[in-house]
Design a binder for this molecule. Structure first.
Ligand code: ATP
Length: 220
């Protein structure tokens, strides 16, 4: 049933080790392009699909909170830190669904590279029961496997507005968002090497990192 007024919730997960302007610009553009009510930026505690983060979860959350402090559309979200064990996105989406109800459009944002690896995610085929997938173009993203192409085919939607109005979940949307050439790995190396990472991440986050002496062992 088409519902023009349904809540539109964005979900953007990451290790945010540390949060930087690449993440923040991306979240802001997502918020604007899809006219989302808010974007939950969900800090992963134990990401199942990648190397373990350097900074402790509480520090990564504190940095994220400082970064989005004055932005009403972006919300630092610690729900995965409050669970034990690996942070499976399917469980996180189930929590959002329970919280926002059956009518809210929930939009899980991911890079095209992450989307290409979707079949490795826990209970991946159920993701679309709970949310829309919003796939952000990334440079040099790998090709989709035949299995993923076949699964995704009936769900692609080019009309974002129609998709989010028509249904609370189940579509796959493509979006083009700015890709600032900023990497958390490179930022950690800069802190480790004692060089100035100014203008790559908010000053409030730089102050926090310096105050807590995070990433001092990360010299490249
Ligand atoms: P690293 O540089 O250490 O690999 P990362 O920033 O890619 O870290 P995460 O914090 O887990 O790692 O990233 C969260 C999300 O942000 C991912 O979906 C990633 O694709 C996206 N992302 C990371 N950097 C950028 C950027 N510069 N512009 C847009 N999106 C980004």
């Amino acid at each position: 049933m088409a519902v023009a007024s349904r809540l539109r919730i964005g979900v953007f997960g990451g290790t945010f080790d540390p949060i930087h302007f690449g993440h923040l610009r991306m979240a802001l553009e997502l918020h604007q392009q899809l006219a989302l009510t808010r974007v939950h930026m969900v800090v992963a505690s134990v990401p199942p699909h990648r190397d373990q983060p350097v900074a402790a979860p509480a520090h990564r959350l504190a940095m994220l909170q400082r970064a989005v402090d004055h932005h009403v559309g972006l919300q630092a979200d610690d729900r995965e830190l409050r669970r034990t064990g690996p942070s499976f996105m399917i469980d996180t989406l189930a929590e959002f669904r329970a919280e926002y109800g059956q009518e809210a459009a929930i939009c899980l944002a991911m890079g095209a590279d992450a989307f290409a690896g979707l079949t490795g995610w826990e209970r991946w085929e159920q993701l679309l029961d709970l949310a829309h997938l919003v796939v952000m173009a990334r440079p040099a993203a790998p090709a989709l496997s035949a299995q993923l192409q076949t699964w995704a085919h009936p769900h692609w939607s080019d009309d974002h507005e129609a998709a989010l109005t028509d249904t609370p979940a189940g579509r796959i949307l493509r979006v083009e968002l700015s890709q600032l050439a900023i990497s958390a790995t490179a930022i950690r190396a800069q802190f480790g090497a004692g060089s100035d990472p100014g203008f790559l991440l908010p000053d409030t986050v730089i102050d926090y990192i310096e105050q807590h002496r995070l990433y001092v062992e990360q010299g490249a």
